[in-house]
Write a protein that binds this ligand. Structure first.
Ligand SMILES: C[S@@+](CC[C@H](N)C(=O)[O-])C[C@H]1O[C@@H](n2cnc3c(N)ncnc32)[C@H](O)[C@@H]1O
Length: 225
């Protein structure tokens, strides 16, 4: 398998189902508790929509959270072990589906909102999602993403798009084989929206209240009419 590839990302997540589910359910990730979980819930709630597709839903926390607010939510993820855990915890509908297979043929309905919360990690798989979004959203629908802020996650590497090795620094010793990820500059994230024919409506930057440093980047686009 190629060292840095979309395929290796899925291989890694398949190996880390249990520690990941534990980390989320035991609220071990401080930035999520302090800032980013509420940021994505607030942003989605601000649209007063009915149906949501959570792309790369993991063990399903966002589906559960939005369902409890009265939204009708479907979660998809390629990793069956994570989807099984999500189903076990109830609330929402879940399917095993790879990003590369997302289309109006593989999904049985269109949605008011498609959301990716820290789930856009690769290269071609992410480009495929952006291309497919217009056909899976209802008219006036929104595509919402939250991702590591490029200014916070660039470290000492040059500020250019490209594959980076992953790391589980700060996570428990149960995690193995960190997934590589494809770094994108802020300009490149904006380009993905624009090139897929979406109108980019909003950018938000969440800040950690303890450190005062930028944490995540949130973006909202809609199907251009
Ligand atoms: C960092 S986790 C985020 C999970 C969840 N959105 C959350 O907020 O906890 C990234 C998720 O993206 C999923 N993922 C990554 N690449 C994928 C692909 N090509 N197809 C489907 N799922 C993918 C992984 O399986 C994993 O569950």
């Amino acid at each position: 398998m190629e060292a840095l590839s979309d395929k290796r990302i899925l291989d890694s997540w398949t190996k880390n189902v249990s520690p990941w589910a534990k980390a989320i359910q035991e609220k071990k990730i401080e930035s999520r508790n302090l800032v980013t979980d509420q940021a994505i819930v607030n942003l989605i709630s601000s649209f007063h929509s009915n149906t949501v597709l959570d792309i790369g839903c993991g063990e399903g926390w966002l589906v559960r959270e939005l369902s409890s607010l009265g939204l009708s939510v479907t979660g998809i993820d390629a990793v069956k072990g994570l989807v099984d855990i999500a189903i076990e915890h109830g609330k929402g509908v879940f399917h095993v589906l790879e990003y590369e297979k997302i289309s109006s043929n593989t999904l049985s309905e269109k949605y008011d909102i498609a959301v990716c919360n820290f789930s856009l990690l690769g290269k071609e798989s992410v480009e495929h999602i952006f291309n497919a979004i217009p056909e899976i959203l209802n008219d006036g629908g929104h595509f919402v993403i939250q991702t590591l802020h490029p200014h916070a996650s660039c470290d000492d590497a040059p500020y250019v798009d490209g594959w980076r090795e992953g790391s589980w620094n700060g996570f428990s010793k149960e995690f193995v084989d960190p997934a590589p990820w494809y770094f994108r500059t802020l300009e490149s994230w904006c380009d993905l929206y624009i090139k897929s024919g979406l109108k980019l409506n909003k950018i938000e930057e969440s800040v950690n209240p303890h450190t005062g440093k930028v944490t995540s980047l949130l973006m909202v686009g809609s199907v251009a009419t």
